[in-house]
Write a protein that binds this ligand. Structure first.
Ligand code: ADP
Ligand code: MG
Length: 252
């Protein structure tokens, strides 16, 4: 479904991604771990098409077609979804209006307002969100957990094929983590692919990723199975981090 090939990106004049290669097939779950500042969010945002990140080399293919020239909304229309590490507050826009507008923009699904509200309320109940949640302005004054659950609710309503979850588990208490993991697991099927960026192996115990990659310094430097995540959490990234005086050579 997704192929990232020798991807290099720059922010201003600084190179952040330095040759990322990644292939995610339908039905697979991949996890990316790695120290802060290694470029994980940059990869997520570059796949989604954020304008801050300039692709200087390489390509991104969705179902064998390059999406590099597609705008963010076009990528979303093709089925890519990104749950943000730091969801933005949008005061003045009700969450329910935001969800309904996004759903209408993305699909021809013409459910009635009543059906739509019921669908949303059912999902909110499963996520243990209060019934007033969607009457509030998007992310405004939400707790960390509510923001993350709000991202999951968007995923459920927009029904993307490729789901990128950037630290969806950060800031969640144990119960919220279980609820979010359950929602992701239920959403995932043989036609969807999930890329989850995380620092913790705990969420991976629920999701059983097919591959775990470690990223440092703008490159994926090792990949393994879910046991690799356990090893990383136990031993840290020390074995995989290049000393600061040494920069990994750029791919030619
Ligand atoms: P991670 O998600 O792995 O913690 P990021 O992708 O957020 O890492 O950041 C990678 C590097 O890019 C960091 O050095 C960070 O400071 C830099 N960076 C990210 N976003 C910006 C930006 N908008 N402007 C300048 N530098 C940025
Ligand atoms: Mg990040």
């Amino acid at each position: 479904m997704l192929i990232v090939k020798n991807l290099h990106t720059k922010i201003n004049s600084t190179e952040i991604l330095r040759g990322i290669n990644l292939e995610i097939k339908a039905g697979e779950i991949h996890a990316i771990m790695g120290p802060n500042g290694s470029g994980k969010s940059t990869l997520a945002k570059t796949i989604m098409g954020h304008h801050n990140f300039k692709v200087t080399k390489g390509n991104i293919f969705l179902n064998k077609k390059s999406i590099l020239n597609d705008k963010v909304c076009e990528r979303a229309g093709k089925g890519i979804f990104l749950a943000f590490q730091h969801p933005r507050e949008i005061s003045g826009i009700k969450f329910s209006t935001f969800l309904r507008t996004a759903q209408k923009a993305k699909s021809d699904k013409t459910s009635s307002v009543i059906d739509f509200n019921k669908e949303v309320k059912d999902k909110m109940k499963d996520l243990h969100l209060s019934p007033e949640f969607t009457d509030r302005a998007v992310n405004t004054g939400f707790s960390g957990g509510e923001k993350k659950k709000g991202e999951i609710l968007q995923m459920q309503i927009l029904e993307p094929k490729l789901v990128i979850l950037d630290e969806i588990d950060s800031g969640l208490d144990i119960d919220a983590l279980k609820q979010v993991a359950k929602a992701i697991k239920e959403y995932h099927n043989e036609n969807t692919a999930i890329l989850i960026i995380t620092h913790y192996q705990r969420i991976l115990e629920y999701l059983h990723p097919d591959y775990v990659h470690v990223m440092t310094n703008g490159k994926i430097i090792k990949s393994g199975n879910k046991d690799f995540a356990k090893e990383l959490e136990k031993n840290g990234y020390a074995n995989y981090v290049a000393p600061t005086s040494y920069k990994l050579p750029a791919t030619s």
